[in-house]
Design a protein around this ligand. Structure first.
Ligand code: PEP
Length: 256
């Protein structure tokens, strides 16, 4: 089964209009392979500018714009929230859901995250569902239990067959923004566990679902990580703010 590679940039609460222009200009110089998708997820005030700039530079179907969050509510009195319909109207195609920073700082529960994945899918957006264990959970050998407890509520809510339209990002919390990357062996072993967990529900879906690794990926470690059998790309934080470094990471993605 051929799986596409996805490299997604999570700018978090960083970046500005200059970065929107610099990044799109830099990426427009690169000839990417057909089976690679590059998704840039800026802060929401920059979504429109990014969509406009990708159209102006004719970046084509390799590229897509993603949001960093979405509300589980359709509309109404939810000050500060953004709906799926608003994202659709801006031609946003992907949305990061359940990032560990949302789970920990904004207290998003697995149930709420499952609702978000559901509304995103219903709106035709591709969710990038983030899961991952803390340092203590890894040290106490709870990684697989934690990952299963983050995946199962989403499977229960949306149904396993819908997972063909979901991207899963495995991000060990201890590796995010810390410079500590999981070794390629450890990352592969955990990705394999995730694929097998999905396979218990549906083998065909497990073959198709792209699994991304996230956590201090950079231009030096990306090649080895992306070469692993079950790693189909990356969710990139810090290194996605530097156009030249991000280009190198995108070029290391080859599809499986
Ligand atoms: C992230 O926030 O999703 C992430 C992976 O960050 P970093 O690459 O900076 O560790």
């Amino acid at each position: 089964m051929a799986r596409r590679s996805i490299i997604a940039a999570n700018w978090k609460m960083n970046g500005d209009l200059t970065l929107v222009n610099t990044m799109v200009n830099a990426l427009s110089e690169v000839d990417f392979q057909n089976n690679v998708n590059v998704v840039i997820c800026p802060s929401s005030p920059y979504l429109s500018a990014l969509v406009a700039k990708t159209k102006e530079q004719k970046l084509g179907p390799t590229f897509a714009v993603g949001a960093q969050n979405v509300s589980e509510h359709e509309n109404g009195a939810y000050t500060g929230e953004i709906s799926t319909k608003m994202l659709q109207e801006l031609s946003v195609e992907f949305v990061i859901i359940g990032h560990s920073e949302r789970r920990s700082y904004f207290k998003e529960s697995s149930t709420q995250i499952a609702h978000k994945v559901s509304v995103a899918l219903n709106a035709g957006l591709t969710p990038i569902l983030c899961i991952g264990e803390s340092e203590l959970e890894r040290a106490t050998e709870q990684t697989e239990t934690v990952l299963a407890s983050q995946l199962q509520p989403v499977i229960d809510e949306v149904g396993i067959e819908k997972f063909v339209d979901v991207v899963i990002a495995y991000e060990p919390v201890w590796a995010i923004g810390t410079g500590k990357t999981a070794s390629s062996e450890m990352a592969q072993e955990t990705h394999q566990f995730i694929r097998q967990f999905i396979a218990q529900a549906d083998e065909n879906v497990a073959d198709k679902v792209p699994l991304l690794y996230g956590g201090s990926v950079n231009a030096s470690n990306c090649e080895e990580l992306f070469a692993q059998a079950d790693i189909d790309g990356g969710l990139i934080g810090g290194a996605s703010l530097k156009a030249e470094q991000f280009k190198v990471i995108c070029l290391a993605a080859k599809g499986k």
